[in-house]
Design a protein around this ligand. Structure first.
Ligand code: HEM
Length: 168
């Protein structure tokens, strides 16, 4: 069982790394570079790489959800814990609730970005990168992407707190 737990934590951290790392590569490297380059190609590039990273991202979400649930189970967390005021008031309970709330926010923001605003922005940029609607959608997609990147950082921080305890 211990080996299974170690493999689960390893897969959990790997999936978290691929998703958080991928998002920061997009936000800090790809998007700024696209702004300096050929804008006509930008839409096609964003759409094609965005679709690829979308698949990678949702696979990562599936992996962290399954391994995260197993990690919680190994740590003794059960459905009954979520109605136990003593556990809910404990550092672990607070960290787990914060993590699940952040994860729900990431799923909602990612769904809106990946299946709504993102593809619409890429298509509008591909049609006419200088059109006001393309600029508006690009800005919205960019803001949502950055919000998600910040949520990702918070998820890593709360993951560390589950393992090592909360500050103070
Ligand atoms: C994108 C979402 C997520 C990210 C980026 C993430 C990130 C991390 C990281 C980096 C750690 C390792 C912390 C350390 O060893 O110090 C961790 C641990 C942990 N995470 Fe997540 N996580 C995510 C989603 C989830 C979800 C959805 C759950 C629960 C269903 C979860 C439950 C846990 C648990 C229980 C641990 C402790 C593992 C152990 O026992 O050592 N995580 N997480």
């Amino acid at each position: 069982m211990h080996l299974l737990y170690l493999v689960s934590v390893w897969l959990h951290i790997l999936a978290a790394t691929v998703w958080v790392g991928g998002m920061f590569f997009l936000v800090l490297v790809v998007v700024p570079w696209l702004r300096t380059g050929d804008r006509d190609l930008a839409g096609k590039f964003l759409r094609e790489t965005g679709e690829r990273f979308r698949s990678v991202g949702w696979v990562c979400f599936g992996v962290v959800l399954v391994t995260g649930s197993f990690n919680l189970w190994v740590r003794g967390v059960r459905w009954s814990s979520f109605v136990d005021p003593r556990w809910l008031g404990s550092d672990t309970g607070k960290a787990v609730l914060a993590k699940l709330t952040l994860f729900a926010a990431v799923l909602i923001a990612s769904a809106v970005h990946d299946f709504g605003i993102g593809p619409r922005a890429a298509r509008a940029i591909e049609r006419d990168p200088r059109a006001p609607v393309a600029e508006q959608l690009r800005r919205r997609a960019s803001v949502l992407g950055r919000v998600n990147a910040m949520l990702g950082l918070a998820l890593v921080a709360v993951g560390v707190m589950i393992v090592r305890g909360c500050p103070g």
